[in-house]
Design a protein around this ligand. Structure first.
Ligand code: LLP
Length: 419
């Protein structure tokens, strides 16, 4: 891989330094438009990007322009979205324990929708709302614990009753009744999220059926008709050759079909808005990280380590989840391959970015590019060992643009107080 969106990777490394996060904006726009193609089959759909996957001002700007909405789960994500100039109304505010300050901030700024996690939170939001003496109605949804648990390859229809998120099924009718105590709240519908890095579309059909059944049950018991059904995110992406996710266009057309069938099955009186909340699949494959190779350690008959100038602080997924990545040496043909382990520079033996990978003979100073690092890398990065976080560039149309500055040593001590 020598070029990304027309930009030479080695030149990018020279210009911006390493480690460097690169995000291919052409690829991001393509996935966004693949998602939005669902409107051809089910027009009343919104795509709400789960910005926990990668949250930064410039990305909110790009996705806003594409017509995407945003799932935010903290005041920090919401603030970044507003910093991008996105209208507060485009935010869906999620989270199982929104703090009072976060609720206050969201209400004051006019957040689009609050996805309420439990009755306690409903009451807290109302208290904050009353204190602020606001007059505009607040749109709310409820997160349901759907008792479907999906993993990469399989799912359990009755999983995860003990989830920390959402209202359990037997309490949903009661929750909706509670919302009616507050005429200042406009209750619009149901949200559920079944998992992440899922390759199978079946659990999504099951969740659609389930949410529609809940909507019918609520209607029969309370007279309230849901106008929004939000099925969360989670569709998987290809990290290595073993991964086999569906294409986004296939996925969304099957979701639209399933939604129409479910509505028909119960004779639902309206076409509710459908919301999809993808995070990883919007940005993961568009991202790569370039590192410089430092030391090389050959343990004869056992292992060859190459050490890079980053690791678990900029990509905590291998050490956290045992996640696997593919990589290449920039500008070196894949010939005379040798087995290597890619070691990070952080002071933990577990900081191995890739356990086993075939690479051409590696030398000090070579550049290693790791693929599919766009999601949950920068957003989960840390300053472990007080190392500075990398810079990020967007590449598009053979042009690069710095969107995140490399941290400086001053940044590292910015909040320190001398005594
Ligand atoms: N909606 C809700 C309510 C979520 O909790 C999540 C992810 C998403 C949408 C987006 O899911 P995605 O499309 O990105 O799979 N840190 C982990 C992933 C955690 C996902 C948490 N929730 C990782 O690096 O694999």
């Amino acid at each position: 891989m020598e070029k990304i969106a027309g930009c030479d990777v080695a030149n990018l490394a020279k210009e911006y330094g390493t480690p460097l996060y690169i995000l291919d904006i052409e690829a991001v726009r393509k996935v966004a438009s693949d998602y939005l193609s669902i409107k051809n089959y089910y027009p009343n759909t919104r795509i709400s990007y789960a910005s926990k996957a990668l949250s930064l001002t410039a990305l909110y700007q790009v996705l806003d322009a594409e017509g995407i909405y945003f799932d935010v789960v903290s005041d920090g994500e919401f603030y970044s979205m507003l910093n991008a100039g996105v209208s507060a109304e485009k935010a869906y505010f999620h989270g199982n324990n929104k703090t009072i300050d976060e609720i206050k901030y969201a209400l004051q700024k006019g957040v689009g929708v609050i996805v309420v996690d439990n009755v306690d939170e409903l009451n807290t939001i109302h208290e904050v709302y009353s204190e602020l003496r606001l007059s505009k109605k607040v749109t709310i949804m409820v997160r349901v614990a759907p008792e479907i648990e999906a993993h990469t390859h399989d799912f359990i229809r009755t999983g995860q009753r003990d989830s920390k998120f959402g209202v359990n099924l037997e309490n949903v009718v009661g929750f909706v009744k509670e919302t009616q105590k507050y005429p200042e709240f406009d209750f619009v519908g149901f949200h559920a999220h079944i998992g992440s890095q899922i390759f199978d579309t079946d659990p999504y059909h099951v969740i659609i059926d389930k949410l529609i059944d809940i909507a019918v049950d609520v209607k029969n018991n309370t007279g309230i008709l849901a106008s929004v059904i939000d099925i969360g995110g989670g569709i998987g992406i290809r990290y290595t050759e073993q991964d086999d996710p569906p294409s986004i266009r296939e996925f969304v057309s099957s979701i639209a079909e399933s939604m129409k069938l479910a509505l028909k099955r119960v004779n639902f009186p309206i076409e509710p808005m459908l919301i999809l909340e993808p995070g990883r699949s919007i940005v993961a494959n568009a991202g790569s990280t370039v590192y410089s190779v430092g030391g090389i350690k050959e343990i004869v008959g056992l292992k060859n380590y190459i050490s890079i100038d980053g690791g678990m602080a900029d990509n905590p997924r291998p050490i956290t989840y045992g996640a696997e990545y593919s990589a290449e040496i920039v500008n070196k043909p894949k010939k005379n391959l040798k087995k290597y382990s890619v070691a990070g520079k952080f002071c933990e033996s577990g900081d191995i970015l890739i356990k086993d990978i075939d690479l051409p003979e590696v030398h000090k100073g070579d550049l290693l590019i790791v693929h599919a690092t766009g999601a949950y890398n920068y957003s989960m990065s840390s300053n472990y060992n007080r190392y500075r976080k990398p810079a990020m560039v967007f590449v598009e149309d053979s042009k690069s643009r710095l969107v995140l500055k490399r941290e400086t040593l001053d940044d590292i001590v910015r909040n320190d107080i001398r005594i």
